[in-house]
Write a protein that binds this ligand. Structure first.
Ligand SMILES: *Cc1c(COP(=O)(O)O)cnc(C)c1O
Length: 381
């Protein structure tokens, strides 16, 4: 059995891609918001049902440009979760803003609005919620507290493409939402990203900030970066958009299979299932309670790895464990933040259409044998 990794990129057929590449070559226009790029933006606006959907070179550049577009006071504080990919906190710091961390909800693992409330100071300018593992943040509470305190609300929806809560798309929450189209994400353009908004006025600001602030040949209006997506990446996106629902369906079936295995073992818990939420199917998160299951997350990770199954300890380390943010406080309702305990229990299993029934069998065997060993230990001990 070949090694199995946590993610595998969705890729279009070479022959289909070549047809689009030929179009690009014939035009000799390979980047700078050209035909493929504009076609993909139009399809995403329609698909997500939002007036503003701007493509970027990565999720990180989308987030940086979202922050630039909101014109937050230099040096002001932006509250976010420490349980995320490094990009979330780094985009804040790299924008001349100060990241401030607030604890997560013990059940959903998304940022806890009550902890956010505790972290607000007169210098706070914005909040970034992360729909981590595709679990949707408590948008009602976050929007309410941001409105009351005059704060901007941004969502890092890198894990929540095509997800909805009730009738509301994740693309239509907060002031701006950003998505990552990196190769490891459900929908990918190899490298790429998107920023969406309900506010039509955001379109121009996002567009300027991703293109050096250039308004016309003779006018540069604001600070901006190079956050543009090339025609080649947009072509991959156009083709992958046709295939993404099939990939998502395969993952939905895999989720059901994993759930079936896990539910027999006390101490193993799948990610919360949220009422009224249509999941993106970005990750399959397993929570391993070492006291109830007997084995720790790390032991289970090692045993899976020994059998060629490469799970990932997302998100370990958490942001406040990085050298650059070490020792920064996490605002919490507890003495020890929820996230400190949670971070030792989280394991993401390989989750994509390349996971076969043979792979699922190996996962089953590893969990079964760990559980059987524990039974032995407790009978003999
Ligand atoms: C992947 C990811 C990003 C960064 O996206 P890139 O496209 O790799 O820049 C940001 N936030 C989260 C939560 C992610 O998982």
């Amino acid at each position: 059995m070949d090694p199995l990794y946590v993610a595998r990129p969705l890729l279009p057929a070479m022959s289909d891609l070549n047809l689009l590449f030929e179009e690009i070559w014939a035009s000799r226009i390979v980047t700078n918001e050209a035909a493929m790029h504009n076609r993909l933006e139009a399809r995403l606006r329609e698909r997500l049902g939002v007036p503003v959907a701007k493509l970027f070179s990565s999720g990180t550049s989308a987030l940086q440009c979202a922050l630039l577009s909101l014109d937050l006071p230099r040096g002001s504080e932006v509250i976010t979760t420490p349980l995320t990919f490094p990009a979330t906190a780094h985009a804040i710091a790299a924008s001349g803003l100060e990241p401030v961390f607030a604890d997560v909800d013990p059940e959903t693992l998304t940022i806890d609005p009550r902890a956010v409330e505790k972290a607000i100071t007169p210098r706070t300018s914005a909040v970034i919620g992360v729909h981590v593992y595709g679990t949707i943040c408590d948008d009602d509470a976050l929007q309410d507290l941001c409105t009351r305190n005059g704060l901007k609300l941004v969502y890092d929806a890198a894990h929540a493409f095509l997800a909805r809560k009730g009738q509301t798309s994740t693309a239509a929450m907060g002031d701006v939402s950003i998505f990552s189209f990196h190769a490891t994400k459900l929908f990918n353009t190899i490298e790429g990203g998107l920023a969406t908004s309900r506010d039509p006025a955001m379109a121009e600001r996002l567009q300027l900030s991703r293109n050096f602030g250039i308004a016309s040949e003779e006018s540069v209006r604001q600070v901006g970066i190079n956050g543009k997506m090339s025609e080649l990446h947009a072509a991959v996106g156009l083709l992958n958009l046709d295939a993404v629902e099939e990939e998502r369906g395969a993952r939905r079936r895999l989720r059901a299979q994993y759930d079936e295995i896990v539910r027999d073992y006390p101490g193993l818990e799948p990610q919360v299932r949220q009422e009224d939420v249509e999941q993106s199917e970005q990750y399959y998160l397993l929570r391993v309670d070492p006291r109830r299951f007997g084995f720790s997350r790390d032991e289970l990770y090692d045993r899976l790895k020994a059998r060629g199954i490469h799970a990932r300890k997302y998100f370990w380390p958490i942001c406040t464990d990085y050298d650059c943010y070490r020792g920064m406080p996490v605002a919490s309702l507890q003495d020890t933040p929820v996230v400190e305990q949670a971070k030792t229990t989280l394991l993401c299993l390989p989750f994509h259409s390349g996971v076969t029934s043979e792979h699922v069998q190996v996962v089953t065997e590893v969990i079964e044998s760990a559980a059987a060993e524990m039974m032995g230990r407790s009978v003999n001990g």
